[in-house]
Structure formats: structure tokens, C-alpha cells
Design a protein around this ligand. Structure first.
Ligand SMILES: [Zn+2]
Ligand SMILES: [Zn+2]
Length: 197
């Protein structure tokens, strides 16, 4: 599609290759040149005229294992995260999340992983605690049933565990709720330590 690879795309490809281990740990893998050709054609087929990526230079550099989420390097140095459908263009085409660089991709993937881990830990702690033993004083969510509300300042979206609030979970650490302190202060009190600091 483009005979000469834009330098920023080549640089992103190198940065992705250098982050191989980190990507693998997060369930992603770098995409080689052959694989990239196939994914590039798949994306190009899905883009309706007028889509922000239509007619631009892009090249797949990494993908989620066992899923159709693919990171494409763009000529301006950014990454575009796209969920491929391998179908013809539908409506306005695929939605795209833009990331400034490979580090941001790694951070976002780590954040997602920590988010899922926090939900699992919350469920686990709730199971051990049981219903009615830890109820949010503000909204009545039963944290012991792993209930929490996003719009409640004491829940702050989480029941008994949350991703590290210092770095939004990029460090992978989970923090546990101090139930009594949360109830006494009317604030979301969680205990833990940012693994980055
Ligand atoms: Zn609440
Ligand atoms: Zn952290």
C-alpha cells in the first residue's frame, strides 16, 4: 500500500520488538512483517471512506493473543488500537483508541489486567466476608457481596479491593479496603503500596 515505511512506523516497530517480554507477560505479542501485511489488509478493508484512518499509512505491530485487538503504528508516531472484525465496513467503521507510544500501550494493558485482578480479589474477599458485614454507609452497597457504585464517593467504584490508585493500576498492585476506616471517615480508604514508587 505504501512502498516506503514512514520512519515513525519503523521506530514503533523496533520499540514493540524491544518490549517483547513485557508484551508477552500481558498476553500480547509483537507482529512480524508478514503478519502485519495480513492485518493491514484486514483493517484497510474495514475502513469506510471518511474514517480517520482511511487512506493513511499504518502497520500492525502487536496483537492480543487469541483476540482480534491489534495495535497499528501510525506515521505520526502514535499507536491506534483497533478491534478487527474481518468483515466489510459497517456504519462509521471500527472505533479506534489512540495511544502516544508503546510505553502507553504497556501501561494501558497493565491497567486493564490490574482492573480485572481487582474485581476478582474483591469477589474473593467478599466471599470470605459474607453479606451484611461491610455495607457502604453512603449508598448501602453491600461490599461483602462485592457490590459497589461508581457514583458513590465512599465506594469510589470498588468493593473490597481496587487497583493501586496512585498510578491507576499500571504498577499491578491491588489495594484492599479498610472497611472500618471507610465507614468512619466516609471516604474510600484503601491500604496498599504503589509498586512503582
Ligand atoms: Zn457506596
Ligand atoms: Zn501503583
Amino acid at each position: 500500500m505504501f512502498r516506503k515505511t514512514p520512519p515513525a512506523i519503523a521506530a514503533t516497530r523496533r520499540a514493540t520488538g524491544a518490549a517483547w517480554d513485557q508484551l508477552a507477560a500481558l498476553g500480547w505479542a509483537p507482529v512480524g512483517r508478514l503478519g502485519a501485511g495480513r492485518l493491514n489488509r484486514a483493517l484497510a478493508r474495514e475502513l469506510p471512506a471518511g474514517h480517520p484512518l482511511a487512506g493513511t499509512a499504518f502497520s500492525a505491530v502487536a496483537r492480543a493473543e487469541g483476540q482480534d485487538d491489534v495495535a497499528f503504528a501510525l506515521a505520526d508516531g502514535r499507536l491506534a488500537l483497533v478491534h478487527l472484525t474481518y468483515g466489510p465496513p459497517t456504519g462509521t467503521g471500527p472505533s479506534v483508541a489512540y495511544l502516544p507510544d508503546v510505553d502507553a500501550l504497556l501501561g494501558d494493558l497493565a491497567m486493564e489486567g490490574t482492573h480485572v485482578a481487582a474485581l476478582l480479589r474483591s469477589e474473593e474477599l467478599a466471599e470470605a466476608m459474607g453479606p451484611g458485614r461491610a455495607v457502604c454507609p453512603a449508598c448501602g452497597s453491600d461490599w461483602g457481596m462485592a457490590e459497589a457504585r461508581d457514583d458513590c464517593p465512599v465506594c469510589d467504584g470498588w468493593a473490597l479491593a481496587r487497583p493501586c490508585p496512585v498510578c491507576e493500576g499500571r504498577c499491578g498492585a491491588l489495594w484492599d479496603r479498610a472497611v472500618t476506616d471507610s465507614a468512619d471517615t466516609g471516604a474510600p480508604v484503601f491500604l496498599g503500596r504503589c509498586a512503582r514508587s
